[in-house]
Design a protein around this ligand. Sequence first.
Ligand SMILES: Nc1ncnc2c1ncn2[C@@H]1O[C@H](COP(=O)(O)OP(=O)(O)OP(=O)(O)O)[C@@H](O)[C@H]1O
Length: 210
Amino acid sequence: MEIQIKNLAKTYGEKKVLDIESLNLEREKITGIIGPNGSGKSTLLNIIAGLDDKYDGQVLYNGELIDSDIRKKMTLVFQKAYLFKRTVYKNIAYPLEVRGVKEEKIKQKVLELLKILEIEDLKMKIGSKLSGGETQKVALARGLVFNPELLLLDEPTSNIDPEYIEHMEKAILKYNKENKGTVIIVTHNINQAKRLCDNIIKLERGRVIN
Ligand SMILES: Nc1ncnc2c1ncn2[C@@H]1O[C@H](COP(=O)(O)OP(=O)(O)OP(=O)(O)O)[C@@H](O)[C@H]1O
């Protein structure tokens, strides 16, 4: 899938926080969005995710306006994810449950992700009681579990210790290569952007800088 943005403008009160004439986010690629605090990165991610429709211009998903059917094909992993007050297993299983996937298949997928991300020890812990870093690991697993067409990541490793970041990056790359999943990742870590991304977009005061 690909995202096409045309004449996108977003304002809060008097302030224009996004002003993008034209931008294409390529299918099956990993695109990084970088830029200083307040440059509009999260705002752009929310708009692409279909969580914010108060803007001018067009944001198209494979040439179509984003509606509830399209929203089901993608997921946004927030920097501070909200996990349910149930086990980590159940949290990760949730996107598959709501899509009516059979119990056996759910089990297989959840166990696979717990293994890939090396978080098997968290399996029976309660999601809402995890640390910030643990929460980010589980949130990534929950995002990956249903093989979305588009995975949107908002600073997914901001609370992760340096040694573990590699596991998360590997999981993202595996999903991108094996499932042809498209990824858009907001990161402040320029080295991470270089390691992961096919394309890097820089925002400054809501505009794309080349
Ligand atoms: N709900 C809101 N109401 C008013 N202004 C907002 C709101 N949300 C964001 N903004 C403003 O929009 C601008 C862009 O914010 P955004 O969160 O997209 O930046 P960002 O690039 O993701 O920043 P950071 O790197 O700090 O996470 C900022 O100036 C911010 O203050």
